[in-house]
Design a protein around this ligand. Structure first.
Ligand SMILES: [Zn+2]
Ligand SMILES: [Zn+2]
Length: 744
């Protein structure tokens, strides 16, 4: 069910000459991520460009453009692990010190910012292990330029005539005084803070700031569906309200590259009109890759943030500070608003020995705190866990110990492809124990390539090998990094467990390391997978070190330290289930924040900052989620299939069918329904669906393609379409159809 890349087939590997980060800009599309951008070059902006409503699923898009599949072996690129061993780096060029306004009662509107605020230089953001030369700086700039423009040299073009919507004054002339209604910027401006996700669950992080005619969005994440949502892979925030106000949006800031922060971008950004996005280099590169998986046919301008350069968007001034987490390039945001300063601490922990050598910016946080913080928002994921968070150095030691203890057999590690920090730790452990590394799974390969090319991963010469080259080495010289830790049927690990993998044969003596965190709903799949692996005589370790949530998030003592550094007037815990927010609130209270200054909010609920207080309003802009069927391979209609009401009204129909090696249907399909109202009253409907599938399999359903990789996705698409039509004709209902195809 859960697939980080939606289309992982587990077969791609990294070649020793890695393919460049692919761009695949279609003729009508520009996903341009520009390290520097002359905003004044744009004449107008559009709310709706060509293809913006393209809502086909990623799979559908991929299936129509097979060139979007990354290939690990098209490496004619000049970059290779052999010659780019030393990462490129850049010297830090600091801009003038920002002078943040004092918090509280700041009724004066900041001066409009010049356009040049948006021309961000690529500076100050290289990993510290890089050598600092200006040449390297150029290299990184060039690399990012390449990312921005695509290998084919397609350049960003101003929107010109296609635009039909608003002109975003903040982006063209700085914030426009005239655009604000007078009462908003009179004596008592009001700032509204609205979490659209992330405060009633883990994941789906998205926050909106609004003041007058200015809106800035922070993150557009997804959450994984729970077991109560059959067939649903993701939940994303409901953005109806935001869409209605999209003319006010001055930009979307991304704090880091995890899916619970960037994952909903392909669904949400197109609905926000002509929007500019901002993020650190790795974040934007991962986001760009995410958008390309969906072949986003819209125009999204990406601007690189520089950690030391403030950013003015509308009446909001943003300053950034570095935080540790399980991925590099995480930023916290200090936001100066007309109603005082807000500190936004996304996923974070304090780590004095982080794997990339860059601890959190304690000094900056303390300085921002000393200048006065009206409202602190901080990560509550581990608010129930006492103590300090583990340093990456300790985590490395655990991984190293596991490696050292294995004198024989392969080591196979299945984890999430976005845990970039873990990749480096695995590389280090391989180096220490003289193992070669084979990387498998599309998203793993993609994210590895991106991180390597941007210099976030250091790889010793010759360490990463292809699956072909693997045959030249003994088992105890091999480590395999793969996706599929959630038991996904078609991912590399499941194939290995079934002994169907083309290049990896699991044998007694091998070790499989699995992530401990199982996304709700996947428990059975994972248990089944674990059993099949151990039946082969392979050792399986469920390891916390490869979890998404452990390790990367601050525990109680760190949370206290953050509150202590910021010394906020008000405190709003974010990122967590309600009970985690409450616990985090209690921690704040124990440090002296008055009880009525602790704001436990809900998705969609408005917090208002005015001149005398910060108030939690009863008003919600939304109380809904949007459910996404990421499994809906190639569904020609919407990828955002349904909200909960629709799901419960129309129900779900799961069709389980078996095909043999010759691609013939075996036996009768099985049909399972949930909430599909016609099932009880019409048992013969089930029979008619079954016989429809059996009789029309050859003519209507069976894919024409011979391409093995496309076969199953096309098959599922065909089932959904033709069975969907059949059911609609009979019942005028459109249940969600989930085909499950078993091959024997
Ligand atoms: Zn994260
Ligand atoms: Zn997160």
């Amino acid at each position: 069910m859960f697939n980080e890349s939606n289309n992982d087939n587990g077969d791609s590997t990294v070649a020793s000459n890695p393919a460049p980060v692919r761009t695949n800009l279609t003729r009508s599309s520009h996903v341009s991520l520009r390290p520097t951008g002359s905003v004044s070059a744009r004449s107008t902006t559009g709310t709706k460009a060509n293809g913006i409503d393209d809502r086909r699923t990623p799979e559908a898009k991929n299936s129509t453009n097979s060139s979007s599949r990354p290939s690990g072996r098209t490496g004619d690129s000049s970059s290779s692990y052999r010659d780019q061993n030393s990462s490129r780096g850049i010297s830090s060029s600091r801009g003038p010190r920002p002078s943040g306004p004092r918090s509280g009662g700041n009724n004066r509107r900041p001066m409009p910012s010049p356009v040049s605020n948006l021309k961000m230089n690529v500076s100050g953001d290289a990993p510290t292990y890089a050598t600092k030369t200006s040449e390297n700086q150029e290299l990184l700039a060039e690399k990012l330029q390449t990312l921005a423009m695509g290998r084919d040299g397609s350049k960003f073009t101003p929107h010109g005539n296609e635009s039909q919507g608003h002109i975003n004054p903040a982006l063209i002339n700085g914030p426009s005084m005239q655009s604000a209604s007078p009462d908003i910027f009179g004596e008592n401006p009001i700032v509204r803070l609205i979490p659209l996700g992330g405060v009633s669950e883990i994941g789906m992080n998205m926050t909106v700031l609004e003041c007058g005619d200015d809106i800035v969005v922070i993150d557009t994440g997804l959450a994984f569906a729970n077991e109560k949502m059959p067939g649903v892979d993701y939940i994303i925030p409901d953005t109806d309200w935001l869409e209605q106000n999209r003319h006010k949006i001055r930009g979307v800031i991304y704090t880091h590259g995890h899916l619970d922060h960037i994952g909903a971008a392909p669904y949400i950004l197109p609905k926000l009109g002509d929007v500019s996005i901002f993020g650190m280099p790795l974040t934007l590169a991962l986001l760009k890759n995410r958008l390309e998986e969906f072949e986003m046919s819209n125009k999204i301008r990406g601007y690189l943030l520089s950690i030391d350069k403030p950013l003015q968007l509308g009446c909001f001034k943003f300053q950034f500070f570095r935080l540790n987490h399980s991925i590099p390039d995480v930023v916290g945001v200090c936001i100066d608003t007309p109603m005082g300063r807000i500190m936004y601490c996304t996923d974070w922990k304090f780590d004095h020995n982080p794997i990339d050598g860059r601890p959190s910016d304690y000094g900056k946080i303390a300085k921002f705190g000393a200048e006065g913080v009206r409202l602190l928002l901080s990560d509550s994921t581990n608010a129930l866990v006492p103590g300090y968070s583990l340093s990456e150095k300790e985590i490395s030691k655990t991984i190293n110990d596991i490696f050292k203890s294995r004198k024989q057999g392969k080591i196979i590690i299945a984890t999430f492809s976005t845990l970039i920090g873990k990749m480096q730790q695995i590389i280090n452990a391989c180096e220490m124990t003289n193992r070669k590394l084979v990387i498998m799974g599309r998203s793993m390969v993609n994210n590895f390539n991106i991180s390597f090319q941007l210099g976030y991963i250091r790889v010793p010469k010759g360490m990463v090998i292809t699956d072909q080259e693997m045959r030249r080495y003994r088992d105890e010289e091999i480590t395999v990094l793969t996706t599929g830790s959630q038991g996904e049927d078609n991912a590399g690990l499941a194939k290995m467990a079934r002994q169907e993998h083309p290049s990896i044969k699991l044998e007694a003596g091998d070790l499989v390391l699995l992530s401990n965190s199982v996304i709700p709903g996947n428990e059975n799949d994972v248990a089944h997978l674990t059993s099949s692996i151990s039946r082969l005589g392979v050792d399986v370790i469920n390891n916390k070190m490869f979890d998404i949530h452990s390790g990367g998030h601050a525990k109680q003592e760190d949370l206290k330290m953050m509150i202590g550094l910021c010394r906020p007037d008000y405190f709003q815990p974010i990122h967590g289930e309600h009970f985690m927010l409450v616990k985090h609130g209690e921690i704040g209270e124990s440090l002296g924040i008055p009880h009525d200054h602790i704001i436990i909010t809900d998705n969609g609920r408005i917090t208002e900052l005015n001149s005398h207080s910060v108030d939690l309003k009863d008003e919600h802009v939304t109380e809904k989620y949007v459910l996404v069927d990421g499994n809906g391979v190639g569904d020609v209609s919407a990828e955002v299939i349904n909200d909960r009401q629709l799901l419960s009204k129309e129900g779900v129909l799961i069709i389980v069918m078996t095909i043999n090696k010759n691609k013939q249907i075996v036996g009768n399909p099985e049909i399972i329904s949930r909430g599909f109202v016609y099932m009880k009253s019409a048992g013969d409907l089930v029979e008619s669906i079954k016989s429809y599938i059996s009789t029309s399999f050859e003519s209507e359903i069976s894919p024409v393609t011979d391409d093995a990789a496309d076969y199953f996705s096309t098959l599922r698409t065909n089932i959904k379409r033709s069975v969907g039509n059949f059911i609609f004709k009979k019942t005028e209902k459109e249940p969600m159809i989930l085909p499950v195809v078993v091959q024997i």
